[in-house]
Design a protein around this ligand. Structure first.
Ligand SMILES: [Zn+2]
Ligand SMILES: [Zn+2]
Length: 432
C-alpha cells in the first residue's frame, strides 16, 4: 500500500498539512519535500526529476512551486494513490481565488465522520474570504473552502457509533458550519447559542477544511441527518439550507421572534431574502410580507415565494401609505447605507431593523431619527444546531424551497469568476 512506502518522518498526516501543490498531470508520481520542509504528495509530468533534485511545478501559487524531491515512487504506485486521493479547491493566504489540489482522502478522528460530499454551496462570503484585503478575515494556513456542505457518511471515527448511534455509513447529512464546542462549560453553547461559541474561530470551509472537495471530515456532533433521501431532498438544497436558509431562519425566528400576523419588509429579495419570505409566510405565519428590490426579476420571484407585495425601494413609502401598513420588522439582506436608510424610513415606531447583509463595511445610524422611533437595530450570525434540524425538516416538508443551481466542482474557478463579475444572481452549489 502507498502509505507503507512513506517514511514516517515525511508521511502526510492530514490534508491541511499539505502545501499547495497542483497536479500537472498524472504520468509520473513523486514523493516530494518542499523547500520549507513540509511534506507533500505530488504528481508531475517532468521526466528529468531525480531523487535529491530541486524542481519547479509549472502552476500553482508561486511560492509553493519549488520542491525538493525526496523519493520517487514507481509507476505501479499510481493506481493505489488514485484510490486514496481527491480533488479539493482551497484557500491559500494571499491568493485571490481558490487553488485546485489533489489531496489524500481524510480519515476520521475518533469523534469525526468522513462525508462523501454531494454538494457544496457557494456563498458571497466566499468572495470575502478570498479578498486579499481580508474583509472577512485572514488565515495563515491553507484550507479547503465550502461552508455549506451536504453528503453521505462513508466512514465513522472509533467513538461515533457509541455517542451518535443515529449516524451510520450511508446516513445523509447536512453540515453545521460553525463547528461549535458544545461543552457545558461554554457560556454560549450551554445556553443553546452555539452559533456564538467563543472557543473556536475556525468553521468548516472558513479556517478548516470544508465542502469544496470530494470528501470532508466533520465532527459527528456537527452532522444533522436529513429527513429524506438525495432523491426527495436534493443535496444542493440541503447544502444551501445550512447557510442561506439557516441564517434568515435564525434571524427571523430566534432574534426577531417574528410572530403570526406581523408585517415584515424584506429588503433584498435575492437568495437569502427569497428564503426569508418563505420562512416568514410558511413557517412563522407572518401576516403581510413586503419584498423590496430594484430588480424586477427578483420581485417576480419574491411574489412566487409568497410575498404579498413587491416594490422597488423608491416605491416603498407610497405602498406603505396606500395599504396603511404598520411595519413591525425590516430585515435588510443587502447591508448598505442605501438599504439601511430604506429600512429606517419604513419601520414603525418601536419597531426593529435587522441587518443580515454585509455589502458595506459600515452604515451610519442617524441618531435623532432612530431615537424618535424608539428603534431597535439588530444583527445576527449564521444559526444554531437545533435550528438547522428545524430548517431541514421545513425544507423536506416543502415549506421552504431554496433556489439553487448546480455546477460541477471542477468549474469552481469559473463560478467564482462569475460571482466576482456580478453575473450570478441566485445560489450555486458545486457537485463533485
Ligand atoms: Zn455563507
Ligand atoms: Zn462553545
Amino acid at each position: 500500500m502507498f502509505a507503507q512506502r512513506l517514511a514516517p518522518a515525511i508521511r502526510p498526516r492530514t490534508a491541511s498539512q499539505l502545501p499547495a501543490l497542483r497536479c500537472v498531470n498524472q504520468s509520473r508520481t513523486l514523493l516530494t519535500k518542499s523547500i520549507s520542509s513540509t511534506p507533500a504528495l505530488v504528481r508531475n509530468s517532468r521526466n528529468d526529476l531525480k531523487q535529491g533534485s530541486i524542481s519547479t511545478l509549472s502552476s500553482g501559487p508561486s511560492r509553493y512551486r519549488q520542491f525538493h524531491v525526496t523519493s520517487l515512487l514507481n509507476e505501479g504506485a499510481t493506481d493505489s494513490i488514485n484510490q486514496k486521493t481527491m480533488v479539493a479547491f482551497r484557500y491559500y493566504p494571499g491568493e485571490t481565488t481558490a487553488v485546485r489540489e489533489t489531496l489524500p482522502i481524510p480519515t476520521p478522528k475518533p469523534d469525526e465522520v468522513v462525508i462523501k460530499i454531494l454538494a457544496g454551496g457557494v456563498c458571497h462570503s466566499d468572495l470575502g474570504i478570498l479578498d486579499p484585503s481580508g474583509s472577512i478575515g485572514e488565515w495563515h494556513n491553507p484550507f479547503t473552502l465550502g461552508h455549506e456542505g451536504a453528503g453521505i457518511i462513508t466512514s465513522l471515527g472509533s467513538n461515533v457509533s457509541k455517542t451518535y448511534p443515529n449516524l451510520k455509513e450511508g446516513t445523509y447529512v447536512g453540515v453545521l458550519g460553525p463547528d461549535p464546542c458544545f461543552e457545558p462549560s461554554c457560556n454560549m453553547c450551554s445556553q443553546g447559542k452555539d452559533n456564538l461559541c467563543t472557543t473556536t474561530d475556525e468553521w468548516y470551509g472558513i479556517g478548516r477544511d470544508g465542502a469544496w472537495a470530494e470528501y470532508c471530515a466533520v465532527r459527528a456532533i456537527c452532522c444533522i441527518p436529513v429527513p429524506g433521501t438525495p432523491e426527495t431532498v436534493p443535496p444542493e438544497v440541503v447544502a444551501v439550507a445550512t447557510d442561506a436558509v439557516l441564517t434568515p431562519y435564525h434571524a427571523l425566528k430566534t432574534c426577531d421572534k417574528l410572530t403570526a400576523g406581523q408585517t415584515i419588509v424584506v429588503v433584498g429579495a435575492g437568495g437569502l431574502g427569497h428564503n426569508a419570505i418563505q420562512i416568514a409566510k410558511n413557517v412563522l405565519g407572518a401576516g403581510t410580507v413586503v419584498a423590496v428590490d430594484p430588480r424586477e426579476t427578483s420581485l417576480v420571484g419574491a411574489k412566487e415565494a409568497g410575498a404579498d407585495y413587491g416594490v422597488s425601494p423608491d416605491d416603498l413609502s407610497s405602498l406603505i401609505k396606500e395599504k396603511k401598513l404598520t411595519v413591525d420588522l425590516v430585515v435588510d439582506f443587502v447591508g448598505t447605507q442605501t438599504s439601511f436608510d430604506t429600512a429606517l424610513g419604513a419601520v414603525k415606531p418601536a419597531g426593529t431593523i435587522h441587518i443580515v447583509g454585509l455589502m458595506a463595511p459600515f452604515v451610519k445610524l442617524p441618531l435623532m431619527q432612530a431615537v424618535l422611533k424608539d428603534l431597535t437595530v439588530k444583527t445576527s450570525f449564521w444559526g444554531c444546531k437545533t435550528e438547522l434540524a428545524e430548517v431541514l425538516d421545513a425544507v423536506a416538508k416543502g415549506k421552504i424551497t431554496p433556489q439553487v443551481e448546480t455546477k460541477p466542482l471542477e468549474q469552481c474557478l469559473e463560478v467564482l469568476k462569475e460571482f466576482h463579475e456580478g453575473k450570478v444572481k441566485g445560489r450555486i452549489a458545486l457537485v463533485p
